[in-house]
Design a protein around this ligand. Structure first.
Ligand code: SF4
Length: 343
């Protein structure tokens, strides 16, 4: 493990000789928790008609984004369940309402799985849906819903969700239209090591063709309150998370950024990931529901995240969703800082 971390860290230093770690101040409001796809790993979704099911209006969503922007968020990662009554016109209304309320906030919306669902619903091609988003001013798309790109795994954990081929096809189509997207992986359930490696090579092959992925973002399955959690009750050990980061840095040699997250795992695992090849620390996340519903509730302020990065020995830098650095914080002090960490 030590040798693997060392190799991956050397590769990181080859790409980024300066000990700078980026993060983004973002928020992740979900426009609806209603979903008819029913993934077995999901604690967030509700059925239409459930007592706590909701669908935000464009005004309500824009108010949430405005509140987060007032707390410093510069990006909104916008995703929701697969709601049978949400159409493309409502997606456009959400985007317009946020643009109107928060003109400076970058909108990073709609995973490939949602785009496949929307194309089916509207009887449009994926390219036509993407073209509507482009015309609305969207330039980056989150890579959620990849889980593990294996039909065997998806047949167990998410049989009604977009297939591996569809997830890859949306990403490729988006790249060809000019969007930058992220690549994700949710591991620690029923996948094998070989399937993780296959997932990474599928991403690398697509990146060779398009160059459109900005970063790779892995996170571990959170079993709390999920159907799958009755079968896979153990969370992922931090050592495995760090190993995944290191392997990703070495295999994904055509990806610029690898993310290690304090939020999806723990502060210690996030910091160790920075020593295993990651150069990015993810988001501050003013608002988040998906992990919280699975019992994984993390909170930190922007100042906390800066301190966590400094205490791992790196210089924090705030970025936007295109990974352009906006501001650089002081480098770590040998004496550390006195800020409280509440995450
Ligand atoms: S993970 Fe997404 S698509 Fe799957 S059930 Fe949850 S909200 Fe729906």
């Amino acid at each position: 493990m030590g040798e693997l971390m060392n190799l991956a860290f050397r590769e990181r230093l080859r790409r980024f000789p300066d000990p700078v770690v980026t993060f983004v101040a973002d928020t992740n409001p979900n426009y609806t928790n209603v979903c008819v796809t029913g993934c077995r790993f999901c604690a967030f979704c509700r059925k239409p008609g459930d007592a706590d099911a909701y669908l935000l209006s464009p005004r309500e969503l824009a108010d949430k984004v405005r509140a987060a922007a007032d707390q410093g968020a510069t990006t909104v990662l916008l995703q929701g369940g697969h709601h049978p009554r949400v159409d493309l016109a409502l997606w456009q209304d959400y985007i317009a309402a946020i643009q109107d309320a928060c003109p400076g906030t970058h909108i990073h919306p709609f995973s490939p799985a949602e785009i496949v669902f929307m194309a089916d619903k509207e009887k449009l091609s994926v390219e036509e849906v993407l073209t509507v988003l482009w015309a609305a001013g969207i330039r980056t798309i989150p890579g959620g819903g990849a889980e593990i790109l294996s039909e065997r795994v998806r047949g167990i954990i998410a049989p009604r969700k977009a297939s591996s081929a569809q997830w890859l096809a949306v990403s490729e189509a988006a790249h060809r239209l000019g969007f930058a997207t992220t690549a994700t992986m949710m591991f620690g359930h029923v996948e094998t090591d070989a399937e993780i490696v296959e997932h990474l090579f599928l991403l690398r092959d697509l990146q060779d063709r398009t160059g459109g992925f900005t970063s790779f973002i892995p996170w571990s399955f959170k079993p709390g309150a999920t159907v799958l959690g009755r079968q896979v009750s153990q969370g992922v050990h931090a050592a495995r998370y760090v190993r995944i980061i290191a392997v990703a840095r070495l295999v994904l040699d055509n990806f610029t950024h690898i993310q290690s997250s304090w939020f999806s795992e723990s502060i210690a695992a996030g910091q160790l990931g920075l020593l295993a090849g990651a150069d990015d620390f993810g988001g501050v996340l003013v608002e988040e529901h998906v992990h919280k519903e699975a019992g994984h509730d993390r909170k930190a302020t922007l100042e906390n995240v800066v301190t966590i990065i400094q205490r791992a020995g790196f210089t924090p830098a705030r970025r936007d969703s295109r990974y352009e650095v906006q501001s650089v914080y002081p480098p770590p002090s040998p004496l550390g800082t006195a800020d409280a960490i509440t995450a």
